[in-house]
Design a protein around this ligand. Sequence first.
Ligand SMILES: O=C(O)CCC(=O)C(=O)O
Ligand SMILES: [Fe+2]
Length: 228
Amino acid sequence: MLVHINGVLTPDEVAFCRSILESSSWIDGKATAGDQAAKAKHNMQVPEDSAEARRLGELILTALARNPVFNSAALPLRVLPPMFNRYDEGMSFGAHVDGAIRAIPGAGGMRMRADVSSTLFLTDPEDYDGGELVIEDSYGAHAVKLPAGDMVVYPATSLHRVEPITRGSRWSSFFWTQSMVKDDGERTLLYDLDLAIIETRAQLGDRSRATLGLVNHYHNLLRRWAEL
Ligand SMILES: O=C(O)CCC(=O)C(=O)O
Ligand SMILES: [Fe+2]
């Protein structure tokens, strides 16, 4: 399931992130990629352990914690500290799949499973050409290019790529989430059910038996599928 989440960061937060990133150091993005992905990866990243990445990462984690759509779609158990990348003219990231298991920085060798991938856009679409994030699923390929502050969430199981930049520069934050529900199909059912519950609550109120029944069903499915 591919979900577009509006306004994860406010315009002020985007501007703040961009001002910090402007004075950060940048390294070759191959530093954090596995062997196959590294060959396809032509971009720049802020070093994971830099003060700038940590500070902005905290800001994004706080924004995610308050975002109901992210919490419903990803059902996060752990979120890896957000990282920051940039593609200047001519840069791209060819087709690849994200590694299944990642080390949690500073957690004494603890690792987590990457179930959900996210890109949070920090550049508005009119400021660059190319740079679409193209995600493949059983319905075909989806090209995603969102306003600054918006985010796309997609299953880490999908092949994806970033098209070459032909003008300007595309900045974003990207990160992985271990979900309480590792299977994308089950997560999608829970997300759709949550949307139906929101609609039912609005139309029938919280005291209706229909609302109560659906909420009961939601929690019972989550109880059945969640791994903590
Ligand atoms: O820049 C993006 O939108 C995606 C980055 C990506 O796919 C990755 O770093 O694995
Ligand atoms: Fe990726």
